[in-house]
Write a protein that binds this ligand. Sequence first.
Ligand code: HEC
Length: 93
Amino acid sequence: MRLTTFTMVLLLAACWSGAALATPKADAKKAHTVMQQKCTSCHGQDKIDAALKAGKDLTVIQKEMERKGARLNANERDVLGIYWSQNPLKQKK
Ligand code: HEC
């Protein structure tokens, strides 16, 4: 069920950010590898970065992209889910 997966990702993200405060970069690296493999065949990383900067909900956009043809396995979904939830590019006000 999608909602359950999403809740689990959120929980994971919550645990992860508490447990690994010292190494926040490692996950962004993984996420970028996934994006380079699975997302940049149709458009550039710039499109994704722009959406992150604008504070858009990438969880929703990712589902749209999967409908368009992006193929993600469960692990890649987790990696991206954590990355979206942390959104290192979002402008802090
Ligand atoms: C099969 C081709 C394809 C793949 C693979 C793909 N996209 Fe897209 N994406 C598009 C197209 C086409 C658009 C522009 C049309 C639109 O915005 O709906 C787009 C637009 C976007 C946008 C801008 C949407 C907005 O509202 O700002 C983002 C962000 C994005 N993609 C992220 C991703 C991510 C993340 C992945 C990997 C999980 C991905 N895309 C994989 C085709 C793809």
